[in-house]
Ligand binder design. Structure first.
Ligand code: GLT
Ligand code: MN
Ligand code: MN
Length: 389
C-alpha cells in the first residue's frame, strides 16, 4: 500500500532534494550538490519510485560554463538518468540568483538585462528540450519591486508580455515540442511580485500573441502565502484548460515561503487538492517543489521525498473512500437535489423561459430556513481523514 511507482508521475526539482538548507539567517546545513551527487540522486529517486527530475539551467550547468562544458555535463547527466530509468519532464531558467537580476529579468528597466534574460532563457529551453522536457516553467521571482517609483507597473507587464511572445516564437521557430507554464507568487524574494496569483497569470496569458502555448504552474505555498484557497485557484486553471503543471508542497498562512513537505501543514486542504486532481483526471506531472527541514541531513532528505509521495498516495486512498462513502455522498446529493423542481429555469436562456421565471413565486423565507448539513459533512470528512471512518 502507498508505494510510489513511476506511473504516478511524481517528480522532484533538482533544487528540492539537493537543497542545502541555506536561509537568510543561516549557512547551508547539508553539502552543496555537485554533478556526482545528482547522478547518484537519480538512482536513489528511481529506487524511491519517482518518475522524473526537473531542473533549472544552473542546477546542472554553472552559469559561466562554455558550450562544450555544458554539452559534456548534459550528456553525463542524461546517461545517469537513462541508467536510473528517470526522465526530465520539466525544465526552467534561473532568472533570480545572479546579481544581474536584482531588479528583475524580463521586467528589468535595464535593456541589456532584458536582452541577457532572453538569451539565458533560449539557452535554457535548448537544454530542457535536449533532456526531453515537455513543459518549461517560468517563475518570475525577481519580477517585481520594492520602489514603485523605479518601475512603472504597466510598462513592466508589457515587457513581461514581450518576453513570452518572443520566447514562444523562438520555441516554435526551433520546432520544439514544449509548452510554457507560468508560476505566480505574491512576494519573496521581491517585496511585491508582478502577477501575484494564479488568477492574475490566467488573465495575463489571455493577452499573449498565442495563448495556446502557455498555461500555469500553481504552487500550494504561493497561493497560501496570499491567503487564498489553493484548490480554488487550481480549479480555475483546470476550468480554463491551463493546468499544465503543479508544484505540490505545504505552507502555514502568514509566514515566510516555507516550501514544506506535501501535507505537512494543512491536511484537509491537501486532501481537497488531491481530490480535485484525481476526480478531474489531471494527467500532468505531480511535482514536489518542497524542501526538507533545515534540521535534516541527507538521509532526512530521502525521508522527506518518501513522505511527499506517500502522503499523496494516502490522500488518494482517502479520496476513494470519500467517494464511496454512502452517508457522505447522500449528504452531497441532498445538497444538490432540485427539491422545488426549478431545474427548467436554469437551462440556457430563452425568451419564454425567462418570462416564466420572472413570473414564478419563490418562498425565500422557507429557502432561507433550510439547513445544509455542512457541519455533519465536514465532521464526516474529518473523521475519514483521522482514520476512524
Ligand atoms: C524556486 C521557487 C519555486 C519555483 C522554482 C522554479 S525555483 O525555488 O521557490 O517556487 O517553482 O523556478
Ligand atoms: Mn514552485
Ligand atoms: Mn515556494
Amino acid at each position: 500500500m502507498y508505494v510510489p511507482r513511476p506511473e504516478h508521475h511524481f517528480t522532484f526539482g533538482m533544487w528540492t532534494y539537493a537543497n542545502a538548507g541555506r536561509d537568510p539567517f543561516g549557512d547551508p546545513v547539508r553539502p552543496l550538490p555537485d554533478l556526482d551527487f545528482h547522478c547518484a540522486a537519480a538512482a536513489k529517486l528511481a529506487e524511491l519510485g519517482a518518475y522524473g527530475v526537473n531542473l533549472h539551467d544552473n542546477d546542472l550547468v554553472p552559469i559561466d560554463a562554455t558550450a562544450a562544458e555544458r554539452d559534456a555535463i548534459a550528456r553525463r547527466y542524461a546517461q545517469a538518468l537513462a541508467d536510473a530509468g528517470l526522465c526530465v519532464p520539466m525544465a526552467t531558467t534561473n532568472l533570480f540568483s545572479h546579481p544581474v537580476f536584482k531588479d528583475g529579468a524580463f521586467t528589468s528597466p535595464v535593456p541589456s538585462v532584458r536582452a541577457y534574460a532572453l538569451q539565458k532563457a533560449m539557452l535554457g529551453i535548448d537544454l530542457g528540450v535536449q533532456l526531453g522536457a515537455k513543459i518549461y516553467v517560468f517563475w518570475g521571482g525577481r519580477e517585481g519591486s520594492e520602489v514603485d517609483a523605479g518601475k512603472d507597473p504597466v510598462d513592466s507587464i508589457k515587457r513581461y508580455r514581450d518576453a513570452f511572445n518572443y520566447l514562444i516564437a523562438y520555441a516554435k521557430d526551433q520546432g520544439y515540442d514544449i509548452k510554457f507554464a507560468l508560476e505566480a507568487k505574491p512576494n519573496e524574494p521581491r517585496g511585491h511580485i508582478f502577477l501575484p496569483t494564479t488568477g492574475a497569470m490566467l488573465g495575463f496569458i489571455a493577452t499573449l500573441d498565442d495563448p495556446t502555448q502557455c498555461g500555469v504552474n500553481p504552487e500550494v505555498a504561493h497561493e497560501t502565502m496570499a491567503g487564498l484557497n489553493f484548490p480554488h485557484a487550481v480549479a480555475q486553471a483546470m476550468d480554463a484548460g491551463k493546468l499544465f503543471h503543479i508544484d505540490l508542497n505545504d505552507q502555514e498562512p502568514g509566514r515566510y515561503d516555507q516550501d514544506f513537505r506535501f501535507g505537512a501543514a494543512n491536511l484537509k486542504s491537501s486532501f481537497f487538492l488531491v481530490k480535485l486532481l484525481e476526480d478531474r483526471g489531471y494527467a500532468g506531472m505531480k511535482h514536489f517543489d518542497a524542501h526538507a527541514y533545515r534540521t535534516e541531513d541527507r538521509d532526512g532528505v530521502w525521508d522527506f521525498c518518501r513522505g511527499c509521495m506517500r502522503t499523496y498516495l494516502i490522500l488518494q486512498e482517502k479520496v476513494a473512500r470519500f467517494n464511496a462513502d454512502a452517508e457522505i455522498q447522500g449528504l452531497i446529493a441532498d445538497l444538490l437535489a432540485d427539491r422545488d423542481q426549478v431545474a427548467g429555469y436554469l437551462a440556457p436562456y430563452s425568451g419564454p423561459q425567462a418570462a416564466a421565471l420572472k413570473a414564478h413565486s419563490f418562498d425565500i423565507d422557507a429557502l432561507g430556513r433550510r439547513g445544509s448539513r455542512l457541519e455533519l459533512l465536514d465532521q464526516l470528512t474529518v473523521e475519514l481523514l483521522l482514520g476512524v471512518r
